[in-house]
Design a protein around this ligand. Structure first.
Ligand SMILES: Cc1cc2nc3c(=O)[nH]c(=O)nc-3n(C[C@H](O)[C@H](O)[C@H](O)COP(=O)(O)O)c2cc1C
Length: 409
């Protein structure tokens, strides 16, 4: 669930005659699940590839067709004008090479073409086609022209295509299309120009090739922060331990498994970051002796594993950080929350700590919601802030809090 500001938006969806039109019912459902309203303009060729009745049933409205541009059934309303004035965002998905051309030259001979010209809301195009069609200079020129008009043209994904060839031309997933829509809809880019490094998820400390010590961190909090920072204009790098989450669109992603791997990645990625947000639940200890062979059950009733301490990533970044860098740590606590948070700020030279009370209901690991208290370094003279809600909402509040102390904001 994205943050409050992204819900209940009005999406005007242009569906044209690409084979990926068959995926649009899933895309429409994804928006409906977020509380959005959807109006659809379906081209005649699009209607050969996805059923207008299926789409109309999902959105519980009529689906607009090419012929409606000049229909006299509509009375005084002019569909291309009223639909474009209604929309918070226009999305062309899938967008054929033909619709991209129409948008580039301002061809208003169909309802979709006229609506694209009339619409003042953010417009996002998701071209999807055969890889050679996408690579053709005519298509590339049209894409560049549409971008020069101030719209966003999102590169297709690479992979196997319906035409049988392999290459760039696939429609991105519904989740990625939603991500890009939220990015366009978030007008306030208060993190524009800021480089934000986010760590997320657990680490795994291997004992032998098939066993490890880990923790139940789901990565949800860090992924929500990375997404939200990107929507707000940041250049985001996400360093993540193993989790079952989709990598948000537009985010640079680096996978890490062990605490030592995460340490090495973070030490180099932190150098040019303006903001470092450490939500990852990094293991404090690893097995001193890694067994290259699987440890057998054997006869011993008890065996011991000697543990040695992992590097403290926050401490090392804190020691070497520039005064203008903001370093935010997370603290999962079960007691003495304020004392522990303030001492962590002092010891590790953090700018703020987001403290989780693990004993609170619906908070902490794996939960979809969180309840946090944010403590700031004394130099900021700021009183602690308490927030609870979905991890998306909390992510938004954490970024609001960091924006207050971010130099140049
Ligand atoms: C089965 C089939 C699949 C097609 N898939 C694509 C496609 O993925 N992308 C594309 O740009 N054109 C594709 N085309 C060609 C377009 O449908 C054609 O250019 C049409 O004129 C587009 O009309 P529209 O832009 O008004 O929907 C396909 C055609 C057929 C017959």
């Amino acid at each position: 669930m994205p943050p409050q500001w992204a819900r209940n938006k009005k999406i005007l969806l242009g569906v044209s005659g690409g084979i990926a039109a068959y995926k649009t019912p899933e895309l429409v459902r994804a928006w409906l699940r977020q509380g959005c309203e959807v109006e659809i303009i379906l081209t005649d060729m699009g209607a050969s590839l996805v059923s207008p009745l299926a789409l109309a049933t999902l959105i519980k409205r009529r689906v607009w067709r090419d012929k409606d541009l000049k229909s006299d059934e509509m009375g005084w309303t002019i569909p291309h004008i009223s639909l474009s004035a209604w929309a918070d965002a226009f999305v062309a998905a899938p967008c054929t090479a033909n619709v991209l051309r129409m948008a580039a030259v301002g061809d208003s001979s169909t309802l979709l073409g006229a609506a694209m010209l009339a619409c003042e809301a953010p417009q996002i195009f998701f071209p999807a086609m055969n890889a050679h069609m996408w690579a053709h200079p005519a298509t590339k020129t049209n894409a560049a022209t549409v971008a020069a008009h101030g719209h966003r043209v999102i590169d297709p994904d690479s992979g196997p295509l319906a035409c049988g060839c392999e290459g760039k031309g696939r429609l991105p997933s519904a989740e990625a299309i939603l991500d890009e829509t939220w990015y366009s809809l978030r007008a306030d880019k208060d993190y524009a120009g800021a480089k934000v490094l986010v760590t997320a998820g657990p680490t795994r400390e291997y004992i032998d090739p098939v066993r490890y010590i880990s923790n139940p961190s789901s990565g949800k909090m860090g992924y929500a922060i990375a997404s939200e920072a990107r929507y707000r204009g940041a250049d985001v790098t996400l360093v993540s331990g193993p989790v079952n989450l989709r990598v948000p669109s537009g985010v640079r992603f680096i996978a890490a498994e062990t605490a030592c791997e995460m340490h090495d990645i973070c030490m180099s990625a932190a150098a040019d970051a303006d903001v470092i947000i450490k939500t990852a639940a990094v293991g404090d200890y690893r097995a001193q002796q890694f067994s290259p062979q699987k440890i057998k059950r054997g006869d011993a009733a008890r065996i011991s594993i000697e543990l040695e301490q992992n590097p403290d990533i926050a401490l090392e970044i804190g020691r070497g950080k520039r005064p203008s860098q903001i370093l935010a740590g997370f603290a999962a606590e079960t007691q003495n929350i304020r004392e522990n948070a303030m001492s962590k700020i002092e010891r590790k030279n953090l700018d703020l700590v987001v403290a989780n009370d693990l004993t609170a209901p619906d908070a902490g690991f794996a939960s979809d919601s969180n309840s946090v208290e944010i403590f700031f370094a004394q130099k900021y003279g700021m009183t602690p802030r308490t927030f609870s809600g979905s991890k998306w909402e909390v992510a938004s509040k954490i970024l609001d809090s960091i924006a207050v102390i971010l130099p140049g904001q």
